[in-house]
Design a protein around this ligand. Structure first.
Ligand code: ZN
Length: 285
C-alpha cells in the first residue's frame, strides 16, 4: 500500500516536474513575443496625441458649422460660391479626381483653384467614387493616395478626404489617416463633435434634412450644445435651390450668418473645425 502510495507520489512529482518544465519553456517562448508586442505599443501609449477622452470632453468655445459638398459638381463653383461668398461663408468640397475637367458638369482644376483662392478647402473624394469597402487593400490605398497626389501636383492643398457613399470601416479609416489629417463619413441623423473617432481621425457629416425647419433646429441644437455640426450635400440649381432637398441655399446661409452676427456660431472648413476642436490649429502631419 505504502509502496504504491510512494510510487504514485513519485509519478505525480515526476509529472509535475514535466509540467513545470513545460510551463517554464512555454514562458521563455512566449515572453519575448509578449515583450515585442508591448514594445510595439509604447509609441502609441506615449504619443503626443490627445487621448480619446480628452477629445470627447473638449467642446469648442463657440458652436461651429461646416458645409461640405461631395463629388465636385460645377454648379458648386458657379452658383454656390457666389451665394456663400456674399454671406462670408467658406466651405469644403470633396472632388472625384478622375472626373475633374473630364466629365461634363464637373469642376475643372481652375474652378478648384478659384475656390481655394476664396478660402475654401478642397478635399479628396477618391479617384473614381467606388465603394471602398468592396475593393482590395492595394486599390483602396491607391484611391486614397493617388487622388491626393493628383490634386497636390496641381497646386491644391489637400488635407482631408470624404469616403464615397460614406462607405468605410476601421481599416479604411486607419489607412486614410496615413495620407490625410482627417476623414469624413456620413450619417442620416444629428451628429455633433461627439461623432468623432479621434483614434481614427474621423468625423461624421450629416445629410441636409428635407424640411428646412429641421435644418434650423439642428443648427440651434449645435449652438445650445456648443457643438460642431457638419452638413454634406452635393449640388444647387442655378436659382440656388439645393438639389439634395429642395431648400434655398440663400435662406440657409441667411440663417447661419444671422447666428454668426449674434456671436453664437462660427463657420469653418472641415480641416479648420477639426483642428479647432483638437486644439492644434495649423497642425501638419
Ligand atoms: Zn459622392
Amino acid at each position: 500500500m505504502s509502496i504504491s502510495k510512494n510510487s504514485k507520489a513519485i509519478f505525480v512529482e515526476k509529472n509535475e516536474g514535466i509540467a513545470d518544465r513545460q510551463k517554464k519553456s512555454m514562458f521563455w517562448c512566449t515572453f519575448p513575443i509578449a515583450l515585442l508586442i508591448l514594445l510595439s505599443m509604447l509609441p502609441t501609449a506615449f504619443s503626443l496625441e490627445p487621448s480619446y477622452w480628452s477629445y470627447w470632453n473638449r467642446t469648442p468655445s463657440k458652436a461651429m458649422i461646416t458645409l461640405t459638398m461631395d463629388d465636385g459638381l460645377v454648379n458648386v463653383h458657379n452658383y454656390m460660391l457666389p451665394i456663400l461668398r456674399s454671406h462670408n461663408i467658406t466651405a469644403t468640397v470633396y472632388v472625384v479626381t478622375d472626373y475633374v475637367g473630364k466629365v461634363p458638369g464637373r469642376m475643372t482644376v481652375e474652378d478648384l483653384r478659384d475656390l481655394q483662392a476664396n478660402g475654401w478647402e478642397i478635399g479628396s473624394h477618391t479617384l473614381d467614387h467606388k465603394h471602398l469597402t468592396d475593393l482590395p487593400f492595394l486599390q483602396v490605398l491607391s484611391e486614397l493616395r493617388d487622388s491626393k497626389k493628383w490634386l497636390v501636383s496641381r497646386g491644391i492643398n489637400v488635407r482631408s478626404v470624404a469616403f464615397p457613399y460614406g462607405d468605410d470601416n476601421q481599416a479604411i479609416r486607419s489607412w486614410a489617416s496615413r495620407y490625410y489629417e482627417v476623414s469624413r463619413g456620413t450619417a442620416r441623423y444629428y451628429t455633433s463633435y461627439k461623432n468623432i473617432l479621434p483614434a481614427d481621425k474621423y468625423v461624421k457629416g450629416m445629410s441636409l434634412p428635407v424640411d428646412h425647419n429641421i435644418t434650423y433646429n439642428y443648427i440651434d441644437r449645435a449652438i445650445a450644445e456648443k457643438s460642431w455640426i457638419i452638413f454634406y450635400f452635393h449640388n444647387v440649381y442655378s436659382n440656388g435651390t439645393i438639389t439634395d432637398n429642395g431648400q434655398s441655399l440663400n435662406e440657409i446661409a441667411d440663417y447661419i450668418s444671422q447666428k454668426v452676427k449674434a456671436g453664437q456660431l462660427e463657420t469653418v472648413t472641415l480641416i479648420d473645425g477639426y483642428h479647432k476642436l483638437n486644439g492644434r490649429p495649423g497642425f501638419l502631419p
